[in-house]
Design a protein around this ligand. Structure first.
Ligand code: ATP
Length: 193
């Protein structure tokens, strides 16, 4: 089974690409979704997160409030490391289980949608890596609009990730998303079939 890693910086358009690929019927392992499931349902992880970050990060219903966590870790890089140390091992073992399931069910090609693909070492599981890139101004504008946050907040989040240049060097294919969405889809059709 071929595993294609899909990555890119904040606002590059990974989720847009991933959704299109999924709508076309390909199987995707979505690391953000797994991370959310783990935060919601894995009690050991939840306990450890509360120990590190305090009860203030809980919402009124007692669940971990991802927005509150994001506000902390995007502003203090050492906190991001602490969160990653708690959650990454769980995410990786969960991804391994899903890869095995897809192998056993006879899939020929699957996608691993992981924003921090290189940072987590998950790139090593991939046969090929597609890096989605877009100009910084476009990314800032798109995320500010999508998340209703300021341009400064988007820039702060960007600073904690590998640069596009580093990702491009490590990837196998670059998908430029400075395009109209329809043109991006046309390129994906060529790559997928
Ligand atoms: P993050 O890492 O923050 O989750 P992402 O890389 O997954 O971001 P998307 O959510 O796919 O990025 O895209 C960011 C925003 O830009 C979304 O609102 C999306 O609809 C929009 N967008 C993506 N590609 C384009 C495009 N080619 N033209 C216009 N808008 C786009």
């Amino acid at each position: 089974m071929e595993i294609i890693g899909l990555t890119g910086g904040i606002g590059s358009g990974k989720s847009t690409v991933s959704k299109y690929i999924s709508d076309k019927g390909f199987k995707i392992i979505d690391a953000d979704k797994i991370s959310k499931e783990i935060m919601d349902n894995n009690l050991t992880v939840k306990e450890n997160v509360i120990k590190k970050f305090g009860e203030d990060i809980l919402s009124s219903d007692g669940a971990i409030d991802r927005k509150k966590i994001a506000d902390i870790v995007f502003n203090y890089v050492e906190k991001l490391d602490e969160l990653n140390n708690i959650i990454h091992p769980e995410i990786i073992s969960n991804i391994d289980i899903k890869i095995d399931e897809f192998k056993r069910s006879g899939e020929e090609k699957i996608f691993l949608d992981v924003p921090l693909l290189f940072e987590t070492g998950l790139d090593e599981k991939c046969d090929e890596i597609w890096v989605v890139v877009a100009n910084e101004e476009k990314r800032i504008e798109r995320v500010a609009k999508r998340d209703n946050v300021s341009a400064e907040e988007v820039k702060a989040r960007m600073e904690n990730q590998l640069s596009d240049q580093e990702k491009i060097q490590k990837g196998s294919l670059v998908l430029s998303n400075n395009l109209e969405i329809e043109d991006l889809y046309k390129i994906l059709d060529i790559l997928l079939y």
